[in-house]
Design a protein around this ligand. Sequence first.
Ligand code: ZN
Length: 305
Amino acid sequence: VTRGQYFGGMEAGGTKFNCLVGRSPDEVLDQVRISTTTPAQTLQRVIEFFSPFVKAGEIGSIGVGSFGPCGLVPGSSTFGFITSTPKPGWQNTDVVGPLRAALGVEVAFDTDVNTAAFGEFTWGATIGTDPSLYLTVGTGIGGGLIVGGRPLHGLHHPEMGHIRIPHDRVRDPFAGTCPFHGDCFEGLASGPAIQHRFGRKGETLADDDPFWQLESEYIAAAISNYILVASPSRIVVGGGIMQREFLLPMVRQAVVRLLAGYVDHSAVVHEIDQYIVPPGLGQRSGMLGAIALAGAGNHERRRLS
Ligand code: ZN
């Protein structure tokens, strides 16, 4: 086996770390799901998973998509870190450093949603679609934008879950759960927001519960804003809450209603079903995006050398 024939990919989440070795959706050597405990313990288990593949010369680089906020500026002291997360014990955690030190491989690093966006752009629902947007609506809410074939970073990285959306406090008196903003998009529409609002998990709400109309309108309000700001050519919407399959058609209808004919493109006006779509890679957008990121890093280094 030639060194670097496969790539390591890791999706670092608040409840689990999904790790994978492969080189495409159809060529996966191994994968594992590790529970998120303390940083030291979790990263040690990640290292133990990847180590045999590195020693065998099967992987020479690893891509990491992480929950955030993340340090993404190469050369800065917090590059490769999870920074100001509200998750206890994980503030200012170096993720890339320990992997690099223990495994001796290159580690590419990005946010979980940028990585998922890159996975969908490489193999999923937005292949070659540029710019394209990946939005996840679940325990957290976040979005990644692909612009010019790469995830958009900018000053820091986009935080699409924390935008302000209209909140009618008569219709929805709930104050929101975001520790920073209260009733931002994530504060109103994430899994924890639903759980706090009703005292039970969203999974237990019936399909015909009137709340889903409100939820779909919150998601649509955010998507309408992303369309107006970034004009993506296609939008993928994933995440745990979107597992309720009746939601996406409701979101599409509300987006059309909110844009009110102003974005006069057939994608929105006539082909919204192909414009706002579920992930092409199912639950694996992040993991596969991570190996795509590891591979893209390699290509960049080759171009540079
Ligand atoms: Zn917020």
